[in-house]
Design a protein around this ligand. Structure first.
Ligand code: SF4
Length: 456
């Protein structure tokens, strides 16, 4: 039996070339389960203390997103992790120069390849795992026990999840809502500072752009909203002209004579390009640098091209005035209706200039994202008092960033989605706040949440 199992392991998980080399999916699993020594030694000898292995990414792009670790000098680094069988696979898989891998901070592989091969940029730490597992390999493989929900969300239940789940529904809800208020007050303070600096309209514009950028493209969207203030766009009634300025300044408008684009995209792209050509000199100082966007790894529905189309639509004078009114009044229903109605003949069905077509016509801003914008934009910037806002929020839908919420839920509560008692908008935001403040910043072993909950 033992021999048979060993043979199965050899045949299915190990490759003989010339020493045993693990398949990439098993290496990813080992990384996900954190079955490696901590600290790890980089190939340079530097000790790397792993705080979070990152979220397992099952889509194109790096294998783990938003990992964190500290280097020899104690500085904390956050970014993506790519896993390979050989060190040379970085080059073989053509990751150098691929923008989707521009945020990789750590390259982990089973064995260093003895043959020379170009390496990742010098600032990417390299780690050979072969002699750094936390237990013998066959033992580790038999320990794999991730549930489908854990694998799908890329997270594992943390140390405090039994304590949180043991709280009564009222206490759990109260604790999470407290964290939700903390998150909201921070946002309201930042929003007030922005209003003082550049006015309410521009603060709404920047907040919307950040929210539409998701975590992957939050910074480029914010940079674009600052480069192209909403005031300038509101003076332009023609949506094609607004689109030319936004896509052009974003650096997301390719020259149709030099770039291969789909036949379906060509007429629109040509129109935009002709207009952009006449405006480009005025906007040249503000054009975002190449490579700033993360285009790989985002779902087609969430592609930055589609989110930019939403900004083009909302910067139309009439729609913008309605939106500003709803923000001032804290009118969530009207806010959601406005975003639900944004539509574009081309971008409702496409995810990029290269012809990526969505499986079905899709709103520019889906319901989940629009609900997330309530908390990111409307709640921080409304003129309602905190008491009035709190009362209104009790009736807000509890949507939000579904992917992140699932990861937070697995980590903090050990279940793939918040239980029924955690369905208020504020409690879900609180769950995300704790996840971002604690779980993404350090490993459970260095976190005082369990002690805090027990003393509470
Ligand atoms: S990092 Fe802290 S808050 Fe997050 S799961 Fe671990 S113990 Fe809980």
């Amino acid at each position: 039996m033992g021999l048979g199992y060993r043979r199965w392991v050899s045949a299915n998980l190990l490759r003989e070339e010339p020493g045993p080399v693990l398949s990439e999916s098993i290496l990813q699993r080992i990384w996900f389960e954190q079955l490696v020594r901590n600290p790890l030694a980089a190939v340079t000898g530097e000790a790397i203390r792993l705080h979070h292995p990152g979220i397992w990414n099952h889509r194109p792009g790096p294998d783990f997103l938003r990992a964190s670790f500290s280097g020899a000098d104690g500085r904390i680094f956050t970014g993506d992790v790519e896993i390979h069988r050989h060190s040379s696979d970085w080059h073989a898989h053509r990751h150098s120069g691929n923008a989707a891998y521009g945020n990789v901070v750590l390259h982990a592989f089973w064995q260093a390849n003895p043959m020379f091969s170009p390496e990742p940029p010098w600032e990417v730490r390299q780690v050979a795992l072969e002699h750094q597992l936390s237990a013998p390999l066959t033992e580790l493989i038999s320990l794999f026990r991730s549930s489908p929900a854990e694998i799908q969300t890329g997270e594992k239940p943390g140390r405090c999840h039994p304590v949180l789940l043991a709280l009564s529904p009222d206490k759990l809800g109260e604790f999470l809502e407290e964290a939700g208020w903390h998150r909201l007050r921070q946002r309201r303070a930042l929003a007030r500072a922005r209003v003082v600096s550049f006015g309410l309209e521009q603060a709404v514009w920047v907040g919307l752009a950040e929210g539409l950028g998701f975590s992957e493209n939050r910074e480029p969207f914010a940079a674009l909203a600052r480069a192209v203030p909403v005031r300038n766009l509101l003076e332009i009634p023609d949506p094609i002209e607004r689109a030319a300025i936004l896509y052009g300044t974003a650096g997301l408008l390719p020259d149709p004579t030099r770039t291969k684009v789909s036949d379906g995209a060509l007429p629109l792209l040509r129109r935009l390009w002709r207009l952009w050509w006449t405006k480009r000199e005025d906007w040249r100082p503000y054009i975002l640098p190449a490579g700033i966007w993360r285009l790989g790894g985002t779902r087609p529905n969430n592609s930055p091209f589609r989110r930019l189309a939403a900004l083009v639509k909302i910067s139309y004078q009439y729609d913008w005035q309605r939106l500003m009114e709803t923000v001032r009044n804290g009118d969530a229903d009207c806010f959601l209706r406005i975003f639900g109605s944004l539509s574009d003949e081309f971008w409702d069905r496409h995810a990029g200039w290269d012809g990526r077509i969505l499986s079905s016509s899709s709103k520019l801003v889906g319901t989940d994202r629009a609900v997330a914008l309530l908390f990111q934009v409307l709640a921080p910037l409304t003129e309602l008092t905190e008491g009035e806002l709190g009362a209104r929020m009790e009736n807000w839908p509890a949507g939000g960033d579904a992917g992140l919420l699932r990861s937070a839920s697995v980590r903090l509560l050990g279940v793939p989605f918040p239980p029924p008692d955690v369905r208020t908008h504020l409690a879900r935001e609180g769950l995300l706040q704790i996840y971002k403040d604690f779980c993404r910043a350090k490993p459970c072993s260095g976190c005082s949440m369990v002690e805090f909950l027990e003393n509470r």
